[in-house]
Write a protein that binds this ligand. Structure first.
Ligand SMILES: [Zn+2]
Length: 331
């Protein structure tokens, strides 16, 4: 909330009041919490000033902070759950094993218990789990709603099944670390992550073939996952489960991924593409093809490993500084 003008009862006039964060203690379900709320004070006399809407704003703030502390599902995520599985409030309630009006109450702002919240978060993270729930409560929810939700859950499941979990974990991490990612950028970052990791640890980070396409190295199954987005940033409710269910990366993987994101990750997909076009793994796999010719020739892990080992000898890819120097030289 921004500074604004309001009537100060102490100064008896309209004054500028400025926001000030204060901590409040509250006891909820026998536990003590400290929340940050926003108050406004008169810029002239320093007294607290209230105005319409401030209380509602702070109630919402407290609700959000409480849910975050307790790792409870948000109202937005419950709405997302309905959209994701193409299912209404009442049938969703029944499918999850709740009373018929429970979801309606949650949408109206009632805070769910931890147990029910975990069921909803699990359903959001896993289409397979959602299908189990749908099957378990098929009788209760009715055939039409069951079929619609089942189709949606199956489509979700199929999207992910072709991509290894280690690779999904890296993608989820990239999504949470970068503000906007286009499919093109994502592909290039995955290539650099895999190449750097393989050169340092002598093994792949994820097991997926890389192909030398016209616009650079591509992991085909990842391409299929995000193909609808073309050149636009990837932003879709379908990929929320990816973030929610992501496996943690190993410390070694995280180190490599962070380093690649902090260096290569600051460039556009087009810049990264032009760099890959100057690198041996892509160039060698493209031999014999015209620049615009479609090819699914594989860029072998050995080729990537050999190339980035050489880069490491010259620039030291174990440091951000080394990678930055390499990028500066190549772009
Ligand atoms: Zn005042």
């Amino acid at each position: 909330m921004e500074r604004r003008t309001a009537f100060c009862t102490n100064c008896h006039k309209e004054t500028t009041c400025v926001p000030k964060k204060v901590k409040v203690n509250q006891n909820i379900r026998d536990k003590n919490y400290t929340f940050n709320i926003t108050t406004f004070v008169c810029n002239e006399c320093g007294r607290e000033i209230g105005f319409p809407g401030l209380m509602d704003y702070n109630i919402k703030e407290i609700d959000e902070q409480y849910r975050k502390t307790e790792e409870l599902i948000t109202v937005e995520d419950i709405e997302r759950l309905m959209k994701l599985y193409n299912i209404g409030k009442a049938p969703l309630s029944l499918a999850l094993g709740f009373g018929e009006v429970t979801i309606s109450r949650y949408l109206a702002g009632q805070v769910p218990s931890k147990e029910y919240s975990d069921i909803m978060l699990h359903a959001l993270a896993s289409a397979t789990y959602m299908k189990e729930l749908l099957d378990r409560n098929r009788e209760k929810i009715g055939e039409t709603a069951y079929k619609k939700a089942h189709i949606a859950a199956t489509q979700m499941e199929n999207l992910y099944v072709a991509v290894p979990v280690e690779l999904l974990a890296v993608i989820a991490y990239i999504f949470s670390a970068l503000h906007e990612v286009t499919p093109l950028t994502l592909q290039k970052l995955l290539y650099y992550i895999q190449g750097n990791y393989a050169a340092i640890y002598d093994k792949p980070l994820f097991d997926a073939p890389c192909e030398a396409w016209v616009h650079g190295p591509v992991y085909r199954n990842v391409y299929n996952l995000f193909r609808d987005f073309k050149y636009n940033p990837i932003d879709d409710d379908r990929f929320v489960p990816l973030k929610e269910s992501a496996l943690p990366l190993t410390p070694q993987a995280k180190e490599v991924v962070d380093r690649v994101l902090d260096t290569f990750g600051i460039y556009s997909g087009k810049v990264l593409e032009s760099i890959t076009h100057k690198e041996a793994p892509w160039l060698d796999a493209r031999k014999g093809f015209l620049p615009d010719e479609t090819s699914h020739a594989e860029i072998s892990l050995d080729a990537m490993k050999a190339y980035f080992k050489k880069v490491d000898e010259k620039y030291n890819i174990r440091t951000e500084d080394g990678l930055r120097k390499y990028i500066a030289k190549m772009r």
